[in-house]
Design a protein around this ligand. Structure first.
Ligand SMILES: Cc1cc2nc3c(=O)[nH]c(=O)nc-3n(C[C@H](O)[C@H](O)[C@H](O)COP(=O)(O)OP(=O)(O)OC[C@H]3O[C@@H](n4cnc5c(N)ncnc54)[C@H](O)[C@@H]3O)c2cc1C
Length: 439
């Protein structure tokens, strides 16, 4: 505490910390660590209020850790949806988020992969069905806007979570804690900072963590559609020579579309009129959903792959897109982000139970090793799938077709692929991410 007060300028700092908490308490009537009992430092501060940051803040507050969330409240900016797979829905259920948004989500029961490359060597259609691995559903597709609303509601009801409706301007790791100063001039300190501040992460930079980046010559166009035929809870992914185009069920006769293409083609598609884009989507879907009508709102995302050298350093741990950026293939991005959230919450709970400092090097090391193989294996698999689709080389195309044929025709391989697509098997067997309530 003394180190931190000195860094903030002693008495001025205490006054500033007190002011920031008073402001927040006045606005939101939430708890704030008592500035007069010598405990005016949070156990954890989460920076960033995207889906990964909100889930992480809720999961951490649920462990009993005194948690701050530095994130501007703002309407969700795009129309992305998330196919929440495997453990993700269980985690949201345990955190009391899922009941607030489940009626806005569509169940995913079958996933079809269709080779639409028109190449000489084409892969057979592969159909994954959840009942083949004893599940009722693979997961649920939900608009991010609805998910964020449910997360915001849940976060607002947690007494142990203090919200700073602001952005972090500076983040300074010290020996005993991390100082955070916000754009509006507030200051706080935490023993551990969780960087959930997206691709241009200030937290990652403050921790001195390098990141490797590879731009892909692809962009994803997202929009939602209404259609005349029911989707029957089947998600269909058409593999084109420029990338996949996937139609994912939404409630009713609606679906979300993620159309990956070369940047110039994606620019052409986004500039089409509603009528033209509806026709293009209907053609691309081979009319499996009948007549298509695009809804308002389209967004374009340049694609790339990003991986940091470490997932935690200098009292800062990274989650969500601060920790991994992947192309939207196989719906892995936010599902990985939710596993980051579950793991950091488990590790912080364990550390605090045994009297450890949650930002201590050995605690960060535990998080780094928990996340390393999950993120690396998903990144490798998605990159490989994408490269094999884009490759003009006949031997690669043959190998890809043979692989798809094996998955499609050999039940044991297909079931393995389904289970691994939901969550890594080593994770299930070790019982990771069982974020539960404090005793
Ligand atoms: C087209 C597309 C489709 C996708 N589909 C799926 C899918 O089906 N399933 C899936 O699992 N994943 C999917 N993903 C991936 C998923 O969308 C991302 O993983 C997820 O949105 C990342 O969330 P995040 O919270 O880490 O980052 P973000 O949503 O970028 O949130 C970061 C937040 O931090 C805030 N911030 C930044 N700097 C600061 C600061 N200094 N102080 C405070 N706040 C700050 C930002 O304002 C922002 O609100 C898809 C991605 C794309 C591009």
């Amino acid at each position: 505490m003394h180190t931190r007060l000195a860094a903030f300028g002693g008495a001025n700092c205490r006054e500033q910390l007190t002011r920031s908490c008073r402001l927040e308490n006045a606005a939101r009537n939430v708890d704030c660590p008592d500035m007069n009992d010598g405990s005016g430092i949070y156990d954890v501060a989460v920076i960033g209020g995207g889906p990964a940051g909100l889930v992480t803040a809720i999961a951490l507050a649920e462990t009993g850790a005194r948690t701050a969330l530095v994130a501007r409240r703002q309407p969700y900016a795009d129309n992305r949806t998330t196919a929440l797979l495997g453990d993700s829905v269980d985690l949201l259920e345990r955190l009391e988020v899922w009941p607030r948004c489940r009626d806005q989500a569509a169940a995913l029961r079958v996933m079809r992969l269709v080779d639409d490359t028109g190449r000489l060597i084409r892969a057979p259609e592969v159909r994954f069905s959840c009942d083949e691995i004893g599940l009722d559903v693979f997961g649920y597709n939900i608009e991010n806007r609805a998910l964020i609303e449910a997360l915001e509601q849940r976060a607002a009801g947690l007494a142990g979570l203090t919200r700073y409706d602001d952005e972090a301007a500076t983040i300074s790791p010290e020996d005993a804690d991390v100082a955070v100063r916000t754009r509006d001039g507030m200051s706080l300190a935490a023993r551990l900072v969780v960087g959930a501040d997206g691709r241009q992460s200030l937290c990652r930079q403050a921790a001195g963590i390098e990141v490797s980046r590879r731009g892909l010559n692809q962009a994803a166009l997202t929009f939602n559609i209404g259609h005349s035929r029911p989707h029957r809870n089947i998600s269909t992914e058409f593999h084109t020579p420029q990338g996949p185009c996937v139609f994912v069920p939404l409630p009713g006769d609606r679906s979300s579309v993620v159309w990956v293409a070369a940047p110039r083609e994606a620019e052409r598609l986004i500039a089409l009129s509603d009528q033209e884009l509806s026709e293009a989507a209907e053609r691309q879907s081979h009319s499996i959903l009948g007549r298509v009508a695009v809804e308002a709102g389209r967004h374009l995302f340049p694609l790339g792959i990003e991986q940091p050298r470490q997932f935690a350093r200098a009292r800062i741990a990274l989650v969500g897109e601060a920790a991994h950026v992947l192309p939207p293939i196989g719906a892995q991005g936010l599902n990985l982000g939710l596993r980051d959230a579950a793991d950091i919450a488990d590790i912080v709970r364990g550390a605090m139970r045994s009297g450890e400092d949650p930002g201590a090097p050995q605690v960060l090391e535990r998080y780094d090793s928990a996340r390393r193989s999950d993120v690396a294996s998903r990144t490798f698999a998605i990159d490989l799938a994408n490269r094999s689709l884009l490759s003009d080389l006949l031997p690669i195309q043959s190998l890809r077709a043979a692989g798809m044929h094996l998955i499609g025709s050999v039940g044991a391989i297909r079931r393995l692929a389904m289970r691994e697509g939901l969550a890594p098997s080593w994770r299930r067997s070790r019982g990771h991410g069982n974020t539960s309530r404090p005793d």
